[in-house]
Design a protein around this ligand. Structure first.
Ligand SMILES: [Zn+2]
Length: 136
């Protein structure tokens, strides 16, 4: 699937432009997969090309090879909802991205950064526990 995408993109525009475009997509998300946050190694078509999806920024997101391969030809939103690593913030980011609002998408992705969020939640819970102990 990846090789076929590359050929298609290169047919559309000169090679170096495509490479720069793909690279800029990866840079947007800090080289991380829009679905799971792991390093992005490929560009995934949100609406698969086999279903009429185009090779434009709004339809192309950085993805790791595992997500890209696993998602295959299914609808990105349906597929993503069924994943263990599903995160509503990332789903919203994906939606914003496909609507061309990259700024909102990036903001949502920042919130969804793994570990960081979990860490904040845990420390907040810890503070609340400490408080309730003191009150008791
Ligand atoms: Zn992934």
């Amino acid at each position: 699937m990846l090789a076929r995408d590359a050929v298609f993109l290169e047919d559309l525009c000169p090679k170096s432009r495509v490479r720069r475009w793909r690279q800029s997509l990866h840079t947007f998300t800090g080289q991380s997969c829009i679905y799971c946050g792991k390093p992005s190694e490929s560009i995934d078509h949100v609406l698969p090309r086999s279903r009429g999806g185009m090779s434009i920024t709004e339809n192309c997101v950085p993805a790791c090879l595992a997500c890209n391969g696993h998602k295959s030809n299914t609808d990105a939103f349906d597929w993503y909802r069924r994943q263990k690593f599903y995160d509503p913030r990332r789903a919203m980011a994906l939606r914003a991205w496909t609507e061309g609002d990259l700024r909102l998408a990036l903001k949502l992705l920042e919130w969804a950064k793994p570990n960081q969020i979990e860490h904040q939640k845990n420390s907040k819970r810890k503070i609340e526990q400490d408080w309730s102990l003191q009150a008791a």
